[in-house]
Design a protein around this ligand. Structure first.
Ligand code: C5P
Length: 219
């Protein structure tokens, strides 16, 4: 059984997807980290983020690996472990820019389907239920109010020692969602056969339980 979890920025997809995968003994695959890796590399190599051709060439000529290190997924750009460098607000914005490029998405799709070939995966992203794994047995569209998503992100960033404010985060999230929903290739939207889960006011264990119940019904 494969499980696809999609939704807007900051809805808690990676946190709950990781926990669901652990509970079921499945492999967790965070596809957002792949777009983030490319965005980070473009920034690192001083490639103009608006230059679609150059960004897509960059991906073609390098390798993104996801490796499992105990419970954590680590992201590699060629041989370099960049896991701890891809969560900055700048990389988030750049990731949604590179994710709007058709040639980039085509390459990512191939990589992501290869990763899912082992079966029994929990994959999270924006287009998993609609494009990457359209036959996934369980599809969840996870969302929450924009205020709550910004508050959750604020806490996460503060814990990591980043300085930022709520209004700024809310604006950033709204801008990223807009770009993700309005792009031409594989935009963010709920698959017709996905279960909508609005997690506003729910705790993480409640969300995980709800998803596990949905899996049980489908399994
Ligand atoms: O999920 P995360 O916030 O790490 O994703 C970063 C960006 O990568 C998103 O804003 C989106 O533009 C892009 N993305 C995507 N398709 C996916 C996963 C992520 O377009 N399947």
């Amino acid at each position: 059984m494969n499980i696809a979890i999609d939704g807007p920025a900051g809805a808690g997809k990676s946190t709950v997807a990781k926990m669901v995968a652990e509970q079921l003994g499945y492999l967790y695959i965070d596809t957002g980290s792949m777009y983030r890796a490319l965005a980070w590399a473009a920034q690192e190599h001083q490639i103009e983020i608006e230059d679609e051709q150059a960004v897509s060439e960059l991906l073609k000529n390098n390798v993104i690996h996801l490796k499992r290190d105990s419970a954590q997924q680590r992201v590699y750009w060629n041989d370099e472990d960049i896991t701890d460098r891809i969560r900055t607000p700048q990389v988030s914005q750049y990731a949604s820019v590179v994710a709007s490029y058709g040639a980039v998405r085509e390459q990512m799709l191939v990589l992501q389907r290869q990763l899912a070939q082992v079966g029994n995966v929990v994959m999270d992203g924006r287009d998993i239920g609609t494009h990457v794994l359209p036959d996934a047995e369980v599809k969840i569209f996870l969302t929450a109010s924009i205020r709550e998503r910004a508050e959750r992100r604020l806490k996460e960033l503060q814990q990591k020692g980043h300085q930022t404010d709520l209004a700024e985060l809310e604006a950033e999230i709204a801008q990223r969602d807009k770009r993700d929903m309005e792009r031409e290739v594989a935009p963010l939207r709920q698959a017709e056969d996905a279960v909508l889960l609005d997690t506003t006011g729910m705790t993480i264990p409640q969300v995980v339980d709800r998803i596990l119940q949905i899996c049980k019904r489908s399994g």
